[in-house]
Design a protein. Structure first.
Length: 155
């Protein structure tokens, strides 16, 4: 059973150290993500008590870490993706509260804009990775040619 399944099935809230251990990060990283607004601060805790996190918090943090690592994002870029995802979440809530076709049209147009921002970042990363791959393939080709020349000269 995964971390989030465990939390969802028990309704159990996790302390910061438990979340950090399960996600393979430090508690300091979680605190920093809260400080810079990437993760909502555990506001439901009385002053001085331990931070506690539920399923949604752990899932959000896991997804941020996945995107950051997969795409090699800076924290500013990650923040942009998170903001777009939060905006889409709010649009989904609006969608479910209305039956008005005009408003639903506006919601869909806005959601597409947020997804396009996210896609632009992903595509830029892919372009960078493709460029690096081409550079490395070219270096390998030159090195193999040099090696083949040396081996031919040594015959």
């Amino acid at each position: 059973m995964s971390t989030t399944d465990d939390i969802a099935s028990t309704g159990r809230r996790l302390r910061i150290g438990e979340v950090a251990e399960r996600l393979g990060i430090t508690a300091r990283t979680i605190r920093y993500y809260e400080e810079i607004g990437l993760l909502p601060a555990a506001s439901d805790r009385p002053g001085g008590s331990h931070r506690q996190y539920g399923e949604a918090d752990v899932e959000r943090l896991a997804e941020m870490l996945r995107l950051k690592n997969l795409l090699g994002l800076s924290l500013d870029e990650l923040s942009g993706l998170v903001e777009a995802e939060e905006a889409r979440r709010l649009l989904r809530e609006r969608w479910h509260r209305t039956e008005d076709p005009g408003e639903r049209h506006e919601i869909l147009v806005a959601a597409i804009g947020h997804v396009e921002r996210q896609l632009a970042l992903v595509r830029a990363r892919r372009t960078d990775i493709d460029k690096l791959e081409a550079e490395l393939a070219d270096k390998r080709r030159r090195l193999r040619n040099r090696l083949a020349s040396m081996e031919k000269e040594g015959e």
